[in-house]
Design a protein around this ligand. Structure first.
Ligand code: KG4
Ligand code: ZN
Length: 333
């Protein structure tokens, strides 16, 4: 590299993966590394916060060194470091923030505390510009489910959000009830593809504006499993997925109808679901708008989306301090 300071180093450690990436202003990813904690948390059926922080502390510096080395980049090529400041688990966030602050100080590179949700919002533009504005965006992750309207990459207006569980959380909890382990989303998807959606679970808040609620659906699956001791688990998974998709697609349709948009963007871990991708394609074809999806590897948490969001902050001249904020609204940069 030339030492022209044209890259951002993205650091994401808000939950259970230590993810690092180098991204240029166009969203090209020059190098990326993920130290996954699947094996650590798999044994517990969910994320164990103290184990997560310890694993981040072990992996973060080796992961950063590896990305720089493999990409042939030094700190002289860095315009900034973008690091997730929240929302997330406090201990996990602190590891990323301290690593970023120390490196920034030592290297003389500015450090930007990025809102994790802003990272997801920008993930569909990684590797290639896909998004056309104005757009409706559906974010479906483990921590959040909401619909928003975007006039531009940085102008976002919330349309509706979940009153309780996120859809990813419901996937994970139902996966645990079915004995599928953690993380549950991909396992539920695979099982659902082999079953029939013949159980009528509720479609929560179907008629109520653009807000979501998935807790009742999850409880309804639990009650079904209590009453039916020998269920066909593939049919339970298929019926659960059917109910989730019906809600997500109906609300996306309503949001597109009510808000001038040329695209539907779907981001977050559940955007890796092949069923959701296929149904969103039918919806956007029918409505004559573009469907913008992140490549599969950038749908779940990653460092590249944090780096791309950090480029927006650089452009706005807004450098939030790398200080943990476990809850940050989407409206905040
Ligand atoms: O965006 P993400 O990586 O983390 C958060 O910011 O929360 O999302 C994680 C969520 C988990 O609930 C996981 O089960 C779900 O995304 N997920 C999936 C799939 N891959 C991950 N859900 C459905 N289908 C998938 N293929
Ligand atoms: Zn996330």
């Amino acid at each position: 590299m030339t030492g022209k300071r044209e890259l951002i180093l993205g650091i994401e450690s808000s939950c259970d993966d230590t993810a690092i990436a180098l991204v240029d202003r166009e969203g090209n990813v020059l190098g990326a590394e993920v130290a996954t904690q699947e094996l650590i948390h798999g044994a517990h059926g969910g994320v164990y916060p103290e184990f997560a922080s310890r694993a981040h502390a072990r992996s973060i510096i080796p992961a950063i060194s590896k990305v720089l080395e493999v990409s042939g980049v030094t700190h002289k090529d860095l315009r900034a470091i973008g690091v997730t400041r929240g929302p997330g688990l406090i201990g996990s966030l602190m590891v990323g923030l301290h690593a970023a602050s120390g490196l920034g100080l030592g290297w003389g590179v500015p450090v930007i505390g990025v809102n994790h949700l802003r990272g997801h919002l920008r993930s569909a533009d990684l590797e290639q510009r896909r998004v056309t504005y104005p757009a409706v965006i559906l974010l479906v992750s483990g921590g959040h489910t909401f619909l928003a309207h975007m006039e531009s990459p940085t102008e976002v207006r919330m349309l509706g959000t979940t009153r309780d569980d996120s859809v990813g959380e419901a996937y994970d909890k139902v996966a645990r009830m079915l004995g599928l382990g953690y993380p549950g989303g991909p396992a539920i998807d695979r099982l659902a593809a082999t079953g029939t959606a013949n159980i009528s679970f509720p479609r929560p808040m179907m008629g109520e504006a653009l807000d979501f609620s998935f807790s009742g659906l999850k409880s309804s699956v639990a009650r079904y499993l209590e009453k039916n001791r020998d269920p066909i688990v593939a049919d339970v998974a298929a019926s659960f997925v059917r109910a989730c998709l019906d809600v997500l697609i109906a609300k996306s349709r309503a949001a597109l109808t009510a808000n001038k948009s040329s695209a539907l963007i779907i981001v977050g871990g559940v955007a890796a679901s092949p069923q959701l991708r296929a149904e969103a394609k039918s919806l956007t074809d029918e409505m004559g708008v573009d469907l913008c999806l992140p490549p599969l590897k950038w749908a779940t948490d990653n460092g590249a989306m944090i780096a791309l969001a950090a480029w927006d902050y650089v452009e706005l001249g807004h450098y939030p301090a790398p200080i943990a904020q476990t809850r940050i609204p989407l409206s905040m940069m």
